[in-house]
Write a protein that binds this ligand. Structure first.
Ligand code: PMV
Length: 325
């Protein structure tokens, strides 16, 4: 009744922001991501008849509140499918900053879904694990798969309940240089941020109408390995998502001066002939997509940028897997 899984974070090139069904956690817009090695979470699940409730240890700290509630909800779904009522002990380790816009919920819930299903002796099924992870965090549905992954806008049908791998990680040997600008937790989590945007931002409808257009351009750019095409569409998707959040009432601002400084660095790299494009999620870090040959120049420039604490260079990663504990 125990299993351990490992999953990697993912970064969306075409962003998901907003839900079409809050109860089922279905996204309102299609998104496309790249799974990233080495942004890794390792999660162990053990169903234990001596427990009187589910327990969570996240980076050696006892989990509580909303995080624990999401874990319990996922475990409830697994127990329902497996047909037993035993509680579980969950231990999870993120090998990068937690809850600061570095997609730790994506790798965390993907690893949890894979490990919990295996610990409950349910058959290994990526689509089912992806649909299970999606209910906790929609971006987690994508981290179940490796390489380039699509999560469609939720339509209440079987096909859009889980993410879909579209190109293997070997399709395009890109690099993502993450400029880490804080080691702390973010103020407004993505779930709250996108709900607040949906209910109060006058730009929300425009975002939902335009997101599929950014998605199509990103998809074409990825399909043809055209960094300029994918990168320009990715930056537009990023800024449209943040504009939607900024216009909420009260506004949500995820950028810090360091975020803007890192973005300026990316623009000046481009002026100097380096093909590099940036994206930011619900946090202040800047993720820079570039060719493998340009990694040193991008790294060097980011490390000289005010407020950039360190960088992590990531490559296309594989999907979530069961591992030996
Ligand atoms: O699924 P969540 O709640 O982690 O939301 C993720 C939202 C963004 O990271 C901002 C965009 C995305 O598509 O990953």
């Amino acid at each position: 009744m125990k299993a351990t899984a490992e999953a990697f974070a993912n970064i969306a090139l075409a962003k998901y922001w907003g839900k079409s069904d809050v109860a089922l956690n279905l996204p309102a817009v299609p998104s496309l991501s790249l799974t990233l090695d080495p942004l890794r979470t390792q999660t162990r699940v053990e169903f234990d008849a001596s427990l009187t409730h589910d327990e969570l240890l996240l980076n050696d700290t006892r989990g509580a509140g909303r995080t624990l509630a999401r874990v319990v909800h996922l475990l409830e779904n697994v127990r329902k499918e497996a047909g037993f009522g035993t509680f579980a002990r969950v231990e999870s380790h993120n090998h990068f900053p937690t809850a600061s816009g570095l997609a730790s919920s994506a790798s965390g819930f993907a690893a949890l879904a894979i490990a919990a299903r295996a610990a409950a002796s349910l058959p290994f099924d990526r689509n089912k694990a992806s649909a299970l992870a999606r209910q906790a965090s929609a971006s987690a549905a994508r981290s179940v798969f490796g390489g380039f992954v699509v999560l469609a806008a939720g339509q209440h049908d079987e096909a859009t309940l889980c993410a879909q791998p579209i190109f293997e990680r070997t399709h395009w040997d890109l690099r993502v240089v993450v400029a880490v600008t804080t080691e702390g937790e973010k103020e407004t989590g993505s779930t709250l941020g996108m709900e607040h945007s949906r209910t109060t931002s006058p730009y929300y409808e425009a975002w939902v109408a335009n997101a599929p257009l950014y998605f199509e351009r990103v998809l074409e750019g990825v399909r043809t390995r055209d960094l300029e095409l994918a990168g320009e569409a990715m930056e537009e998707s990023t800024f449209a998502m943040h504009a939607c959040a900024l216009a909420a009432s009260p506004g949500i601002l995820y950028f810090t001066p360091s975020t803007l400084a890192a973005y300026e660095t990316v623009k000046s790299l481009r002026k100097n002939g380096v093909c590099a494009y940036a994206t930011m999620d619900a946090g202040p870090h800047v993720k820079v997509f570039c060719d493998a040959n340009d990694v040193d120049r991008v790294n060097h420039a980011l490390l000289q940028t005010s407020g950039v604490l360190r960088t992590i260079t990531a490559s296309p990663g594989r999907g979530a897997e069961l591992i030996q504990p």
